[in-house]
Design a protein around this ligand. Structure first.
Ligand code: NI
Length: 167
């Protein structure tokens, strides 16, 4: 098992469109395991393969308080969404930045599990937000893109400054 380095905004690799996974082999199983370990270690409630510079459609999430409800979603697809909610969001690729984002209240997502079984999840609350956030990473989108241009500019310069200090 290993902790994977997480790309940080505004790294352009975060804008990559991830490719569908057509075979669930040992590489994918190892990636899922390492991503779960990286997410729990961060700690975070979700991580997309895009964030560890692997451009395949795989996300891991655990929005439970007990931190024992790991979900691994391969080729996740948004089937339905309804309602809306405003909530504070953050991202492991945008450390220290939190802001309010509008999301669907409930979502239905289809995906493959690690055994290749087709599954469907209906989620509300935190899990719903987390699924929407992580699926957007696979399309190269980051939550700060919902914020005003001015806020995005501030966040970009703040993170670039931090990167220079820690480099
Ligand atoms: Ni994120």
């Amino acid at each position: 098992m290993s902790l994977l380095p997480i790309l940080r905004y505004p790294d352009l690799r975060l804008k990559t469109l991830a490719a569908p996974i057509d075979e669930i082999d040992d590489d994918i199983r190892n990636l899922a395991r390492d991503m779960a370990e990286t997410m729990y270690g961060a700690p975070g409630i979700g991580l997309a393969a895009t964030q560890v510079d692997i451009h395949k459609r795989l996300i891991v999430v655990d929005a439970s308080e007990t931190r024992d409800q790991l979900l691994v979603l391969i080729n996740p697809e948004l089937i339905e969404s309804e309602g809306s909610r405003f909530g504070e969001e953050g991202c492991l690729s945008v450390p220290g930045i939190y802001d309010k984002i509008e999301r669907a209240e409930r979502v239905v997502v289809d995906y493959l599990d690690l055994d290749g079984n087709r599954r469907r999840i209906e989620a509300g609350g935190m899990l719903s937000v987390c699924l929407q956030h992580e699926m957007e990473h696979l399309d190269g989108k980051i939550f700060v893109e919902y914020l005003s241009a001015l806020k995005q500019k501030r966040i970009r310069s703040k993170l670039l400054k931090q990167a220079r200090i820690t480099a």
